[in-house]
Design a protein around this ligand. Sequence first.
Ligand code: IPD
Ligand code: CA
Ligand code: CA
Length: 259
Amino acid sequence: MEKEEIIKVDTTVKAWLSEARDNVLRKMDNRLEVDTKSGRKDLVTNIDKANERFLVSKIRQFDSEAKILGEEGSGDEVRNTDGRVWIIDPIDGTMNFVKQRNHFAIMISLYEDGEGILGYILDVINNELVSGGPSVGVTINGHRMEEVPDTPLKDGLIGLSGPMVLNDNYHMQEIAHTSMGMRIYGSAGIEMISVFKGEQVGYISYLKPWDFGAGRIIAETLGMKITSIDGKPLGVLLSNAVLLATKNAHQDILTIVKK
Ligand code: IPD
Ligand code: CA
Ligand code: CA
């Protein structure tokens, strides 16, 4: 895609997100309809579903040839990364949304032939939008974000997945001990914003394509590393244990994981 077109897309997506945010805020004080998916801790609400339908319909009107991968299934069955692929997580951190009405995000990303074009992570309650991509750079609410300092693991906080720490997957407890402290926010999007702002040196969790699609594009544009937990490149459509970190912390964590 040409830069001029990417800028047009960017303006359009920001308008959708602003409308999506208004919709969520307006509806979230009403009683939520909450269903479980794979188990009692895997929730979906009427607002997750409605927000995905809203975003899918906006994308279909704007870019009818593209494929859409939506977490809640109102998009397409996407089998490969050919052409333009939009990825939607309508509410990231649904458990937080249900229990706290806070600390959740809306995430959208756009890939073309497997290359990241634009990524969006909106912290709904703080109204903080981190977005961008390789051709337009990264901004937070319109202000340019600079590359974060390349802090090592021992000098920073690390965001981790609760279950991975409890099960000590990939020596997660040693990673936590080596850092200055661990944080568990319960939303991949909120964790990633925190990494991009330099508040944490990294984040590790089992993630699906809609959990890391936007964050991956933003991370790489900001000069950070995002790979699978064993250091391999991420497949756009694959689920993985994902490691996002500054270059130094990424190396420190791989050394512990590979012990
Ligand atoms: C979940 C959250 C959570 C992460 C899970 C995700 P959802 O997303 O981002 O922090 O640990 O792996 O599935 O299901 O609330 O969109
Ligand atoms: Ca998610
Ligand atoms: Ca979700």
